[in-house]
Design a protein around this ligand. Structure first.
Ligand SMILES: *[C@@H]1O[C@H](CO)[C@@H](O)[C@H](O)[C@H]1NC(C)=O
Ligand SMILES: *[C@@H]1O[C@H](CO)[C@@H](O)[C@H](O)[C@H]1NC(C)=O
Length: 232
């Protein structure tokens, strides 16, 4: 009887919330920290208007990958970042660059193409790479053919802020900067490399430009009408 109570009390231990939970999940079931897995995020799908998308930052690929760390007494391998949910819900219904449409069980999802890949049909089968990477056909240890994006290995000296990908020197065009910025930022030519600037400031300047254009058009139309009327 005691044992049953103990196991019940164990189940009733409050689930540990993710340090940075995913947003817009259909359910919160997996949006918490799991032993050995970290934060799974929106693994069972997204609210309408959002698409379930793999988060490559969930996998840690640099540094000491062998050990484990504790997050609120939950053991997590160094290869997983508990602050990065495995599945995110991104606005829209199509996959962003670097991802391909797939299914997780019955849910539409966007899976990751692999580092440096711009577009692909499946993982490790890249069609186009980001600048600074080169498309390379290779045979994986399991014998499968793969098309990977291999970086030049030389990182650009001025790393643009808010860039979604690493920037490497391209052998042909040198350092071109950022092709794809984080949400809310747009690539901007500045003047030697492309960096990311806040899209809210540039969209407000483009909307004020639109207002100026509309005013000019209205003035021209009024002048033409007046001239035509006066002529008669
Ligand atoms: C972790 O476990 C230790 C020892 O069992 C306990 O004292 C501590 O309060 C726990 N911390 C959390 C955040 O649960
Ligand atoms: C884990 O993710 C957080 C938030 O993005 C980041 O600040 C941190 O550097 C990451 N840690 C590792 C080991 O990658």
């Amino acid at each position: 009887m005691d044992l049953v109570l103990i196991s019940f009390s164990h189940i009733l231990v409050a689930p540990v919330a993710c340090p940075r939970p995913a947003t817009n999940c259909l359910q919160e079931t997996f949006n918490r920290v799991f032993e050995h897995l970290g934060c799974l995020g929106c693994q069972s799908g997204c609210r309408t208007g959002y698409i379930m998308t793999a988060n490559p930052k969930y996998h840690v690929t640099e540094g000491d990958l062998l050990g484990f760390y504790d997050y609120q007494n939950i053991t997590i391998p160094n290869t997983r970042n508990v602050s990065e949910p495995e599945w995110l819900c991104l606005p829209g219904n199509t996959c962003p660059w670097g991802f391909f449409a797939s299914k997780i069980d019955v849910t539409d999802a966007c899976s990751y193409c692999g580092e440096g890949c711009r577009s692909c049909q499946s993982y490790d089968n890249c069609d186009h790479c980001v600048m600074g990477y080169k498309l390379t056909r290779t045979k994986l240890p399991n014998g499968r053919e793969a098309s990977l994006c291999i970086s030049s290995g030389v990182e650009c000296p001025n790393t643009p802020d808010n860039c979604q990908h690493k920037t490497y020197v391209s052998q042909i065009v040198g350092c071109q900067g950022c092709m794809f910025c984080e949400d809310g930022y747009l690539p901007t030519y500045n003047p030697s490399i492309t960096c990311c600037s806040s899209s809210s400031s540039s969209s407000s300047s483009s909307s004020s430009r639109q207002v100026v254009v509309v005013v000019i058009v209205v003035v021209v139309v009024v002048v033409v009408v007046v001239v035509v009327v006066v002529d008669k």
